[in-house]
Design a protein around this ligand. Structure first.
Ligand code: GLC
Length: 571
């Protein structure tokens, strides 16, 4: 019995699977994945046992940022198919008990969206739909350094683009082809809600909201603090979490009927604090179901916010961070749980050990740790196979605008190319965007054409066909994790307690609901480890539910070995 589960909170007991359409399955041989391709793989997703499919953007787009620059919110880009293909995907997913969540990118549009095209005319009624500003006081419009503020875009270079026609600048926190919408203008908000209602009417089950905490910008745009050695201040720091964020989210929820219709809403919120996340996900406030925090994926970088400045990540820091979020949202709100997505490197390469010896066990153990926390787990395509980072060797192999711009600017600033390449190898987004590895054939069964990004050479060993056939694979481990969540209320609702917080190798915690208890013991290192019996509950009477290394018992753990134990009743 799910004591706390209201029917509209169905997403608490579901596993969400993210599809990056470009790289999932090509059906027409053009080297780019598409909607019919996704539909053709739904049986695989159903076998994995997922409850929700989150589709990264498939809308019409000039593809400057692979579809996160949208020029028509109500159509599918021909690269991916058409609206009829989307309706088919939706119906076929629903027929298999899988819900569909769309990506919603409304902090910005494409510069080719008709709204922005119109807005370029200073006399247009849509001028105020975007952030147009004159040059800095006393500066020559268009001259170097004349931008209205000193902000740097997330993809390098100034966050303002000069428009000769009107002599003004427009704001773009991301690429210059992604102008920020002005949410202060009520017409903009109504246009967005209208579009969202249109998708709800088509039958979608929710939205993943791209950088949604940037929609409210601080009043009076002001210069930010420039980090040492740089000439611009990251725009993010200046525009995130503005004063009207809660108001806009509540209005959106009400106007679109997100809660009323029982839709899943997950907000991507870089720079969100725990306190903010608690407010946003407090059901009584009517904002969002859950948010994506960035804290745990920012731990392996130097302080200062530069994702390319790599740093070691000790296990106590990582598990301590997740535990803080578990505690912080224990009474009010809800966590999302993720290791990776289309913006992050591959989980097994980053947090596990992707060497041939430890890849499988570490991928399973990372899955166990994440899925046994309290919250809704997200699986990024290929994570369930233990797909690894791509061994890129040359900048010409990258396609991502973030990587290409960063390389150009960092090398121009005098950073040695080897250093930039090492950071890209560790953190670059294209690591996660190489084609899904379906089988061992030439292009891993992804396409019959030339894939838009090369297939990882380890596809002979790491592929879905082999994994589905092997009962000991990472795939079947993830399938069992999804089943545990469906079958055991303690996985969904159980209280969380971290054990051994300072242990450098072992991640241990309990989940408790009534007289039911789970214990997770996970060696997150490539060396064997042992746990002191005084530090964990007595395993007597416990039933092993899910293990990585067969039915071993005792408190010695092999490299990357993990076990989930369960006590029921009086145990
Ligand atoms: C989000 C997306 C990312 C995109 C950016 C701009 O962070 O996940 O892929 O580049 O927003 O839309």
């Amino acid at each position: 019995m799910h004591s706390e589960l209201r029917p509209q909170d169905w997403w608490r007991s579901a596993v969400v699977y993210q599809v990056y359409p470009r790289s999932f399955q090509d059906s027409d041989g053009d080297g780019v994945g598409d909607l019919p391709g996704i539909t053709s793989r739904l049986d695989y997703l159903a076998e994995l046992g997922i409850g929700v499919l989150w589709l990264s953007p498939v809308y019409r787009s000039p593809m400057d940022d692979n579809g996160y620059d949208i020029s028509d919110y109500r159509d599918v880009d021909p690269l991916f198919g058409n609206l009829a293909d989307l309706d088919t995907l939706l119906a076929e997913a629903h027929a298999r008990g899988i819900r569909l969540v769309m990506d919603l990118v409304v902090n910005h549009t494409s510069d080719e969206h008709p709204w922005f095209v119109e807005s370029r005319d200073p006399r247009s009624p849509k001028r105020d739909w975007y952030w147009w500003r004159p040059a800095r006081e006393g500066a020559d419009p268009g001259a170097p350094g004349a931008e209205p503020t000193n902000w740097e875009s997330a993809f390098s270079g100034p966050a303002w683009e000069y428009d000769e026609r009107s002599g003004e600048y427009y704001l773009h926190v991301f690429s210059r082809k992604q102008p920020d919408l002005n949410w202060e203008n009520p017409e903009v908000r109504q246009a967005v809600y209208d579009m969202m209602r249109w998708w709800v009417g088509r039958g979608v089950d929710g939205f993943r909201m791209d950088v949604i905490n940037l929609i409210s910008k601080p009043s009076g745009l002001a210069d930010g603090v420039v980090p040492p050695g740089r000439s611009l201040a990251p725009a993010f720091g200046s525009v995130a979490n503005g004063p009207r964020l809660h108001e806009f989210l509540r209005e959106m929820n009400r106007e679109v009927g997100l809660d009323r219709a029982g839709l899943l809403s997950v907000g991507e919120m870089p720079g969100s604090t725990l306190a903010l996340a608690r407010d946003v996900t407090d059901p009584a406030r009517g904002e969002l179901s859950m948010v994506f925090t960035f804290e745990h994926v920012n731990l392996d970088q130097q302080p200062g916010g530069d994702k390319w400045a790599l740093a070691d990540l000790p296990l106590p820091v990582l598990k301590g961070n997740l535990a803080t979020w578990q505690r912080g949202l224990a009474e009010t709100g809800w966590n999302s749980l993720y290791w990776d997505n289309h913006d992050q490197p591959r989980a097994v390469s980053r947090f596990g050990d992707d060497s041939p010896e430890h890849r499988v066990a570490s991928a399973k153990t990372l899955g166990t740790v994440l899925h046994l926390h309290k919250g809704t787990p997200y699986v990024y395509q290929g994570e369930e196979l233990g797909m690894t980072n791509m061994p890129f060797t040359d900048i010409s192999q990258y396609r991502d605008i973030e990587a290409l711009h960063h390389y150009r600017d960092a090398v121009a600033r005098g950073v040695r190319p080897e250093v930039v390449m090492a950071a890209l190898a560790a953190k670059g987004r294209d690591n996660a965007r190489t084609p899904m590895q379906w089988d061992a054939t030439a292009d891993a069964g992804f396409t019959t054409g030339e894939p838009w990004l090369p297939v990882n050479p380890n596809k002979d060993e790491v592929n879905a066909e082999a994994a589905v056939a092997d009962p000991d694979s990472v795939f079947h481990h993830y399938r069992r994790l999804a089943a545990l969540r469906r079958d055991l209320p303690v996985v969904v609702d159980g209280g969380f307690e971290l054990l051994l917080p300072a242990d450098e190798q072992v991640w241990a915690f309990t989940r408790t609901l009534g007289d039911e208890r789970l214990l997770v013991l996970a060696n997150c290192s490539s060396r064997s480890a042992s746990v002191n019996p005084d530090d964990v509950p007595d395993l007597h009477g416990a039933e092993p539910l899910l293990t990585t290394h067969g039915d071993r018992d005792g408190l010695d753990l092999l490299a990357w070995e993990s076990r989930v134990y369960r006590w029921t009743g009086a145990g």
